[in-house]
Design a protein around this ligand. Sequence first.
Ligand SMILES: Cc1cc2nc3c(=O)[nH]c(=O)nc-3n(C[C@H](O)[C@H](O)[C@H](O)COP(=O)(O)OP(=O)(O)OC[C@H]3O[C@@H](n4cnc5c(N)ncnc54)[C@H](O)[C@@H]3O)c2cc1C
Length: 587
Amino acid sequence: MATPPAACETIPREVDLLVLGAGAAGMTAALVAAIEGLDVLVCEKAGQLGGTTATSAGTIWIPENQENIRAGFTGDSRQAAGRYLDQLIDQPEHGRAARESFLAHGPEVLTWLAQHTDVKFLPCGDYPDYLDEDGAATRGRTVIPEPFDARLLGDQFHRVRPPIAEFMVLGGMMVGKADIPHLLNRFKSLAAFRYAASLFLRFLADRLKYPRGTRLMLGNALVARLFYSLVRRKVPIAFETRLETLLMAQGKVVGATLRRGEQSFQVLARKGVVLATGGFGRNPTLRSAFMSPAVKDSMTVPENQGDGIAAALQIKALTMPERHGSGAFWSPVSRTGSGTWAGLYPHLAMDRAKPGLIAVNAQGHRFVNEAVSYHHFTLAMFETHKAAPASPVWLICEAAFVRKYGLGAIHPGTSRLKPYVAKGWIVMADSLALLARGIGVDAASLQASVTRHNQFAVSGVDEDFAKGSTALNRYNGDASNRPNPCLAPIVKAPFCAMAVWPAEIGTSTGLEADAHGRVLNQQGEVIEGLYACGNDLASVMRGTYPGPGTTLGPALVFGYLVAKHATASSRVAHPSSHTALPEALVP
Ligand SMILES: Cc1cc2nc3c(=O)[nH]c(=O)nc-3n(C[C@H](O)[C@H](O)[C@H](O)COP(=O)(O)OP(=O)(O)OC[C@H]3O[C@@H](n4cnc5c(N)ncnc54)[C@H](O)[C@@H]3O)c2cc1C
C-alpha cells in the first residue's frame, strides 16, 4: 500500500528540478530524476494526473527492445528502424540528432525503468508497424505496460485520471484485448465463464471501496505505475498548480511562475525546468496555425492548452520551424454524446479492419483501405474531403457485423441495436437505398460501392484499395475469415452506418530540442536550464506515424534523457544570488 500522500500542499521555493505536467513524459522525468538523487517538484494543472496518457491505449514503440527479444521476437535492429523512419520523413535530416538519440536510448529506458521502478512492460510480439517500407518490422517493436492493481495506491487512487467512459464496461471496468474473447464466450465454455466471473467479482468488490475497477490496463496502467513509483519515492506533486511563465536570469531558465487558484508562486530550479504539458491540442490559436481549422474534435485532455509551448515561445524558443508532415496524430472518431468529458470514441483498431465493413465518403464512394492505421485512415479522410474536411465519412456494415465485432463504442456481443439508433450513434435500415437516404449519400453510388466490394470479398483480393494485403491489416482482421481476413460480403439486411469525423489524439509539432531534450532558441542554440519532453517537444517522427506507440515511446525516452542530463549538469544558476527575482511566494 502506498503510504505517504503524494499531494503537495505547500509549494517549495526552490528545488533541483521543476517538472510541469504529470503525463507519461513528465512523470518519467520526475521519477528518473528523483531516483538519481535530485530534489524534484511535479506541478500538475488538473486535480488528477495522467493527462491524455491515462486515456490512451498505452502502446509504446521502441525498436530493438529487450522485452520482445526475451520473448523470442528477435531480428529487429536500430539501424532498420532508422532506415524505416528515413523513408517516412520528408526531410530526414531535420531533427536527426533527437531521432537517433531516441533510437539509441529506447531499449535502455525500458530496461532501466523495469529495474529501478514499478513501471514494467510486456512485449506485444506480433504487432506490425503501420507502413510497408524498407526497415519496417512485423513484430517485436512494441510493448505495453503491465496491468496494474490500483488497490496498491490506496486512497491515492482517486488521483489517477480515468480512461474515457467508452473504454470501460459496466461503468468502470477496464477490459484489455485479451479479455474480449473470454467475455464474449462466457456462456460457451467453462474456462471462459470462470475467467469472466473472476473479472466481474473483482469489479464488484472494487466498487464497494473505489470509484471504479482497480484492474488497470493500457495507458491507465502506465500512469498508475508511474504514480505509484513516485509515491513510493515520496516525490511531491502539486495538483491544480499550473505553469504560467518561465523565469530567466542571464539568458538561462532558473525557475517558473506557477498559479494555483488565485495564488501565484515562483519556484526556482537549480538544475532546470522540464516542460511536459502535453502539447497544444486544446489551444485554438495554435490549432488553427497547425491543423485544418475545420477540425474541431480533440481527444486530448482539456488541460492541454499549449501552456509549455507558449511559455517557451515567450522566451524566444525555437518551435515549429516548418510544418513537418502532419501537425498532429489523428484518429477517426464517432460522437457518442454520452456526457463524458470527451464524448468521442476513437476507431483505433477494433472495427475498421474486420471483414464486412467499408468506409464511404460523402459521395458514397470507398476512398481508402479501411484497415490502415487510424492516422493514415484520417489522412485519407482529409484527402477525400479536401473541400470540406470536417464532413464525416461513413462506416457501412450489416447489423450482424455490429453484433459480432462491435462498432465504435457499441461493444461486440450487443444484441439490441435499436437503442443506439435512438441515441443517434448509428443509422439502421432494411435496404442499402434506405440507408443511403438516412445518411444523405447517393443511393446508386453506395449500392455500387457495396456491390464491387462484395466481389472482392469472394475473390479475396481488394482490387481498389488492397484491404487485407498488409501485416497490419491482417493483424486487426479476423483470422478465421477466408480467403481474406479483412473482407466479407455486405448482403444481409438490416444495414448500419456510423459517422466518423477526424480528431487529433496528440499534437506532433512542438519545441525543437537537442539530443538530450534541451530546448533550442531561435538561433538554434541550447537554452540553458530548459528541457521539454512528450508532446511539448517536436515529435522525433516529424509528423509521421510509424507504428503503435509513436508518441509514448519518445515520451518515455525523452523523459528519461532530460532527467539524466539535468542530473549530470552543473547548476543552471544560483537563484539565491539572483537579486532580480522577486521573493517566491509560499502559502
Ligand atoms: C484514445 C487515445 C489513445 C492513444 N493511444 C496511444 C498509444 O497507444 N500509444 C501512443 O504512443 N500514443 C497514444 N495516444 C497519444 C498519447 O496518449 C499522447 O500523445 C501522450 O499521452 C502525450 O503524453 P504527454 O506526457 O506529452 O502529455 P499528457 O499525457 O497529456 O500529460 C500532460 C499533462 O500536463 C498537464 N498540464 C497541461 N498544462 C499544464 C500546465 N500549464 N502546468 C502544469 N501541468 C499542465 C495536463 O493536465 C496533463 O496531465 C493516444 C491518445 C488517445 C486520445
